[in-house]
Design a protein around this ligand. Structure first.
Ligand code: FE2
Length: 184
């Protein structure tokens, strides 16, 4: 719909030219763009990790991270759809190449845990910004995402404990490989 039609109907128009109920704070939109990039980066990183495990014939870990990569892509889609629903244009940033070298399984899982924690921090910052601009819709949108982040952190902390416990013994690593595969 064009701006003039929306004006005639006494409706507010958004940057993408759609009718909107509430305009969004610029800083909040910018933070959502940054977060969308973080989710896309996580997806690319998990894809790289899935490949790293496939190269080492640990197919359980490889499948687990392939699914994690799909999940992160789904999260990115979720944020893009939310921005569209709020009448914003979606800006996609450049992505750096993901990391592909690690010296142990422990380091891979530790990096994954840290990445999840960074994603949660970013969501908390967006949450606070949404509160500052009284954008309750964004807070409601983020609520289930925060809950699912807590579950992801718990999941990676658990896998990290199991891998540390295995202490690089091949038989123990193969058992965990089977466990993470069946959890997906
Ligand atoms: Fe995510």
């Amino acid at each position: 719909m064009t701006d003039s039609i929306l004006k005639r109907l006494n409706l507010k128009s958004s940057p993408s030219g759609r009718a909107i109920a509430q305009p969004m704070d610029e800083e909040l939109v910018e933070m959502l763009y940054q977060h969308l990039t973080l989710e896309r980066r996580a997806s690319a990183q998990y894809f790289a990790i899935s490949i790293w495990f496939a190269e080492r014939d640990l197919s359980g870990f490889s499948n687990f991270f392939k699914q994690e990569s799909f999940d992160e892509h789904e999260h990115a889609t979720n944020f893009a759809n939310y921005l569209v629903a709020r009448g914003q244009t979606v800006v996609l940033h450049d992505l750096n190449a993901p990391k592909q070298n690690w010296d142990s399984i422990e380091s891979v899982i530790a990096d994954s845990f840290q990445m999840e924690a960074d994603v949660t921090t970013s969501i908390h910052q967006i949450y606070a910004s949404a509160e500052r601009s009284s954008d309750t819709r964004t807070n409601v949108f983020l609520d289930p995402i925060i809950e699912s982040q807590t579950q992801s952190e718990d999941n990676f902390a658990h896998i990290l404990s199991r891998v540390q416990f295995a202490n690089n013994q091949p038989s123990a690593i193969l058992i965990i490989d089977g466990e993470v595969n069946s959890n997906k």
